[in-house]
Design a protein around this ligand. Structure first.
Ligand SMILES: *Cc1c(COP(=O)(O)O)cnc(C)c1O
Length: 415
């Protein structure tokens, strides 16, 4: 008599639970960018990435409904077979204009954009230099490429320079290989779990000096930062100097999907080699049409008004958190993003804080390893233009209560 085949999974799950790392899915009964209904209660939502509230915007909903009426619910095939609908081409032209690049290519998700693109550009014998805090999809993509992966300390230019110098020596030593090894530097413009920004100007200078390419993931900047919300790269005037621009359509843009923007050759090459693009059914009409409506909306007056409201909310929230020593004073003076992390330490503490927040009527997700480093578990507070000033004000009571409950002085829990 053999034991059930999934006994080892039960053990592994128990280990996960003991480490405070067990994930549970809780059905959300209703949600928008401001509130969500969980286990029968309405909570203020400080967990979504719907920074501008676009996921419920009538213009996006109308565009999606129209696309369903005109095109149906599915795109029926890969882009390379017969799934390359006019809608996809229109969105891609729109994205290229938005980003100021020659061309763009959309993927079903941001994760798929990274997984398709990095392995299409580098392989065994090449090098990928990755910021330590880069998103899991960038790590997965770099690993899947087969290139040699080296990690530099977060936003540390000296460490990146050290790796680039090592890469130069590696490249000279490989001069007899069929082609010169490629060096790809990969980073985010706004980091998803820390909410800080990469020093893009300096990184661009460095990679240029060493003949490397640069891939920048703008998931948390797209729609929010830079001219007409086009991102940090454009804000820094670096559009033409970054080889591979990545963005997502499921966060501030309120739809779903990912995209790569860059030169026409880059995009044409990805059509040949990005496996998540080639061997996957094209994103459905509703998703594509909503994304297109969002890209137009964020570039207009309403987009600007929503951004103004968002940054006003972010500044109020950051001021409250800085007052309690939870985020640095510099964050309150000039918030880098709409993500305000409160690092509390271990997993159990983060879970207890998130549970206490829910008790108090606020939904704030606890983010744990491996999404963040061990012992850097945190409450990840995200702010939206949809929040009302009184929603933001509730953070003050919550932080004060948690600091009392856990015996943290005003600065003890600060990062
Ligand atoms: C969310 C996110 C992704 C993945 O995008 P999806 O569309 O959700 O798959 C990639 N990179 C970063 C930095 C992200 O935050």
């Amino acid at each position: 008599m053999n034991p059930p085949w999934d006994d080892p999974l039960a053990e592994a799950l128990e280990q996960q639970r003991r480490a405070g790392l067990l994930r549970c899915l809780i059905p959300v009964a209703a949600a928008d960018a401001r509130t969500l209904q969980l286990e029968g209660r309405f909570l203020v939502n400080f967990g979504s990435n719907d920074y501008l509230g676009l996921a419920r915007h009538p213009a996006l909903q109308e565009a999606a409904l129209r696309a369903i009426r005109d095109w149906g619910t599915g795109s029926t095939a890969s882009r390379l077979i017969c799934g390359s609908l006019a809608l996809h081409h229109e969105l891609e032209e729109c994205l290229a204009a938005f980003k100021g690049t020659e061309a763009a290519l959309t993927f079903a998700t941001g994760h798929a954009a990274a997984m398709g693109t990095i392995p299409a550009l580098v392989t065994k014998g090449d090098l990928v230099l990755l910021d330590r805090l880069a998103h899991a999809c960038l790590v997965d993509a770099a690993r899947a490429s087969g290139a040699t992966l080296r990690v530099f300390r977060h936003n540390d230019l000296a460490d990146l320079q050290r790796l680039l110098e090592w890469a130069d020596r590696y490249r000279s030593a490989a001069a007899v290989a069929p082609r010169l090894p490629r060096i790809l530097v990969v980073t985010e413009s706004v980091f998803s779990m820390d909410g800080d920004r990469a020093p893009l100007r300096e990184i661009v200078d460095l990679k240029d000096r060493h003949g490397a390419w640069l891939f920048v993931d703008e998931a948390h900047a797209t729609g929010l930062i830079g001219p007409r919300g086009s991102g940090c790269i454009a804000e820094a005037g670096l559009t033409a100097r970054v080889e591979i621009h990545m963005g997502t359509l499921g966060k501030a843009l309120g739809s779903a999907g990912g995209f790569i923007a860059g030169s026409r050759r880059l995009i044409e090459w990805l059509v040949q080699r990005a496996r998540t693009f080639m061997f996957s059914t094209a994103p459905p009409p509703a998703q594509v049409a909503a994304a297109r409506a969002a890209v137009e909306l964020v570039q207009g007056n309403e987009g600007q008004q929503l951004r103004d409201r968002l940054w006003q909310n972010v500044r109020s929230a950051a001021a409250i958190l800085a007052e309690r020593g939870v985020v640095p004073a510099a964050t309150a003076r000039a918030p880098a993003s709409a993500i305000l992390p409160w690092v509390v330490g271990d997993n159990e503490t983060a879970l207890a804080c998130a549970a206490a927040a829910r008790q108090a009527g606020l939904f704030i997700p606890a983010v744990r390893y491996p999404a963040v480093g061990r012992n850097a578990a945190r409450l990840r507070i995200t702010i939206s233009a949809a929040h009302q000033p009184r929603d933001i004000e509730r953070l003050r009571t919550l932080v004060t209560d948690l600091q009392q409950r856990f015996g943290w002085s005003n600065s003890r829990a600060s990062t």
